[in-house]
Design a protein around this ligand. Structure first.
Ligand code: ADP
Ligand code: MG
Length: 240
């Protein structure tokens, strides 16, 4: 369903590390008034290229905070974060924005589509932001790949939840990032649609070698991962 990456990317000839995300002893506290609320308390984690990693754990255990730190949407209070060999913490806002656009695709529970933009325009946005040419052609291809060839000019409000999430997946793929980050991406979808979305994600991993890290509280959705990690109180608790 998805186009394969060019063979040179998969061959290892570019001497890239086989670890795409490396977290070392990450701490994060949120300051609430005079109190520091600890969200992460010493998390270390390596994610391999081509891996599908699922994070689980009770509400408030730090899953979203961890994803946000990987994605550069939030900064750690302490510890090192490397994404694709780059120290995320030391990057300027501009470089970080670029890294996010080129190296990562984000999929959220509430889809986060721009409501005044059509499906096609939503998928074009990340490409336009980095000045990619022929963004409309590529956006059309991506929407066809996620099964929305006949919904391109629809607005988000004219699409079902499952269809909106497919648009979000197509958007996440726009710049062909090596890493996809998903936070409760099936949380608002019915079971059948959730399976379809997870199947799409798994196909993507198989066919393009895309690394996927996702959070879910649904054990049925964790079955798609190569590895499942559990968090509790801001720490990793066990490895399956
Ligand atoms: P999860 O995604 O596992 O439900 P979160 O990472 O959202 O957990 O939250 C971890 C902890 O950090 C919780 O105690 C939460 O209340 C706190 N927290 C998260 N984001 C913020 C924030 N922006 N401001 C204050 N506290 C926060
Ligand atoms: Mg969360």
């Amino acid at each position: 369903m998805f186009n394969r990456r060019k063979p040179t990317d998969a061959s290892g000839l570019n001497e890239k590390s086989d670890v795409i995300v490396q977290l070392d002893d990450i701490y994060k506290s949120f300051i609430m008034g005079k109190e520091a609320v600890p969200a992460l308390r010493g998390v270390s984690l390596g994610i391999k290229r081509g891996e599908i990693l699922c994070l689980m754990g009770p509400s408030g255990s730090g899953k979203t905070t961890l994803l946000n730190i990987i994605g550069g949407l939030d900064t750690a209070s302490r510890g090192h974060v490397l994404v694709d060999g780059k120290n995320v913490v030391s990057l300027s806002e501009e470089k970080l924005a670029r890294l996010r656009l080129e190296k990562m695709g984000f999929i959220f529970q509430n889809f986060n589509l721009l409501s005044n933009f059509t499906a096609l325009e939503n998928v074009q946005v990340p490409m336009t932001l980095i000045g990619k040419r022929d963004s409309a052609t590529r956006a059309r291809d991506l929407l066809k790949q996620v099964g929305l060839g006949d919904r391109m000019t629809h607005y988000p409000s004219e699409l079902s939840g499952g269809q909106q999430q497919r648009v979000a997946i197509a958007r996440a793929l726009a710049n062909d990032p090596p890493l996809i980050v998903g936070d409760e991406m099936t949380g608002d979808l019915d079971t059948q649609t959730s399976y379809e979305v997870m199947q799409l994600i798994t196909d993507l991993n198989k066919e393009r070698g895309t690394t996927i890290v996702y959070v879910t509280h649904d054990p049925r959705m964790s079955k798609y991962a190569h590895r499942v990690l559990n968090m509790r109180d801001g720490k990793m608790v066990e490895e399956e």
